[in-house]
Design a binder for this molecule. Structure first.
Ligand code: FPP
Length: 264
């Protein structure tokens, strides 16, 4: 259980939340959850605030969802924090997001460490400042020895770009004679992605009503289940998140095959 979430003085809401966990049977919990945290801007605009207020509010939601994932023993949580396309946003918003990532690392790392979280950034490094990259690398290194939840933050990330980088890595290895082109298979390609060594995505959650993947984890989500909500990310609650997991637990996954009961 996430340290501090329960304990003496735990609020009724926290107790009620923990009692909801039983509705998601352990063997039916997704191993890898990926979240598109959309709707920060709309949330802020709806309240007459500037867009960046939505991003700041979104950090609080991320914190809560990370807690719940630790509590439930989820293996991997990946969140989409900044896409390779997000550089097209106005410079002040981009700068705000970069400083928010930096602040987040400073403020949250101790709690991540206390809760045995491992951290990995997915995506490209070019374009990020040296100062931010330094903090990202230091945070990854500090949490590398942990054995709890694997937390991936996709920042300056695009799924097509990730696959392209992996293909280039393998092509270079082939040119160097380290691998024969005909030996390149799905496992080898998966091992050259930013998520190397991690299980594929079981569940993609997207908030704020849009029904698309937006270049997120294209390879890893090949057999993922999708769950969408109209709720904007800052308003997304742990209770709604657990509801998504309850729904996931009821899905029949066939991975291209047949369920035993479907066989004729
Ligand atoms: C999409 O909402 C959200 C983003 C581009 C940024 C997500 C970042 C956070 C939730 C901040 C916290 C993250 C970390 C890792 C500290 P949008 O701005 O596209 O919303 P809109 O579609 O309503 O405009």
């Amino acid at each position: 259980m996430w340290k501090k979430i329960l304990g003496l003085g735990a609020s009724k809401r926290e107790k009620d939340l923990v009692s909801l966990y039983d509705r998601v049977p352990k063997e039916k919990r997704p191993r890898h959850i990926a979240i598109i945290m959309d709707g920060n801007g709309r949330w802020a605009e709806g309240k007459g605030l500037i867009r960046t207020a939505g991003h700041r509010a979104g950090v609080g939601t991320l914190r809560d969802i990370l807690h719940v994932c630790v509590d439930l023993g989820i293996e991997v949580l990946t969140v989409y924090a900044f896409s390779t396309e997000n550089w097209k946003r106005p410079r002040p918003e981009v700068d705000f997001l970069m400083s928010l990532f930096s602040e987040y690392l400073e403020k949250e790392i101790q709690e991540m460490e206390d809760n045995h979280v491992r951290l990995r950034f997915l995506g490209r490094e070019d374009g990020m400042s040296e100062a931010l990259l330094g903090k990202m690398h230091a945070a990854e290194a500090r949490l590398a020895g942990n054995d709890g939840l694997q937390f991936n933050i996709a920042a300056n990330y695009g799924g097509q770009d990730e696959i392209l980088r992996a293909v280039r890595t393998l092509a270079a290895r082939a040119r160097a004679g380290e691998v024969a082109p005909e030996d390149i298979d799905e496992t080898m390609l998966a091992g050259a992605l930013d998520t190397a060594g991690q299980p594929p995505v079981d569940l993609v959650i997207r908030t704020s009503g849009d029904l698309r993947l937006s270049n997120f984890l294209l390879w890893q989500a090949a057999y993922a289940e999708f769950w969408f909500t109209e709720t904007n990310w800052p308003d997304f609650t742990p209770e709604e998140f657990v509801g998504a997991l309850v729904d996931f637990a009821q899905r029949k996954r066939r991975f291209g095959g047949l369920n035993p009961s479907d066989g004729k």
